[in-house]
Structure formats: C-alpha cells, structure tokens
Design a protein around this ligand. Structure first.
Ligand SMILES: [Cu+2]
Length: 159
C-alpha cells in the first residue's frame, strides 16, 4: 500500500515538472520580435521579490542583416538603470562584469543566458513577481530602438 502511494507521488511529481516546462516554453515563444535586420526570440526575465533589488533579462538575438550591428544600451520603466553584463571566471568564481556593447555579426546569433551575457536591471522600482510583464527598450548603434515585451519566469528546469 505504502509503495503504491510512493509511486503515485513520484508520478505526480514527474507530471508537474513536465507541465511547468511546457508552460515555460510556450510563454517565452509567444514573445519573439522581428525587425528588418534583428530577430529576438524567447525573451524572459528573472522574478525579483522586492523593489530596490535586481533582475536579469535573457533572449536570443540574431542579426539577419548584412552589416555588423551593436547593442549598446537598454532602458525600462521598471528599473532605475540598466547595464549590459557578462560573466567572467575569477579563479573558480564567476563574476559579473559590465560590457560597453554587444557585437552582432551579420547572420550570427548571440545568446543571452544565465551564466553568460545578460541585461541587468538595477534598483528595481517595483517587485517583479513571476508572470509580470514589462517593456524593455533595446538601443542599437545604427538601427532603430526595439521595444521588447518581457515576462518574468523562473529559470527553466532544463537548459
Ligand atoms: Cu549582471
């Protein structure tokens, strides 16, 4: 009897994990944005429980044009200021470091992801609970700004 219950609990756990993964994938896929030369896919941000804290935004960005472009800055009404960050290894410790710009070579895709390049939202003006939506403006060297809708989601289980 006990074993049956354990197996049932295990199956329920597996089921819940797969539902969460599917929901995450569906949520981020809805928000792709494409302009003449830039494609942005699967944007999402980490939830943040308190105002004054930080969050990070991630997405895949592809330069579909024929010349190099640079992502130089970002702005959002939900944060006091925004920085472009990457992670570098300092011995065994990963540390964040500001980068002045992100180069987008023609035809190439750059992935912003946990542990790598990301857009850091500093001094949040409000908490960002899971499922919260906000706008992020991406500023480029040459092409027009892109208004990107972002939804906060917990980091995916697999990736
Ligand atoms: Cu950072």
């Amino acid at each position: 009897m006990r074993r049956t219950r354990d197996i049932a609990a295990l199956l329920l756990g597996v089921l819940l994990v797969s539902v969460a993964t599917t929901t995450w994938a569906r949520g981020v896929r809805e928000a792709a944005v494409e302009t003449e030369t830039i494609l942005i896919e699967e944007p999402w941000a980490r939830p943040a429980p308190t105002a004054g804290g930080v969050s990070a935004v991630y997405f895949r960005i592809t330069n579909t044009g024929s010349v190099s472009e640079f992502l130089v800055a970002a702005e959002t009404p939900v944060a006091d200021h925004v920085e472009l960050h990457t992670h570098i290894m300092d011995g065994d410790v990963a540390r964040m470091r500001m980068v002045p710009r992100v180069e987008l070579l023609p035809g190439e895709t750059v992935e912003l992801r946990p542990g790598g390049l990301h857009i850091m939202l500093m001094e949040l003006v409000e908490p960002l609970p899971e499922g919260e939506e906000f706008m992020l403006t991406l500023i480029f060297e040459a092409v027009p700004d892109i208004e990107l809708p972002i939804t906060t989601q917990s980091p995916p289980v697999t990736r």
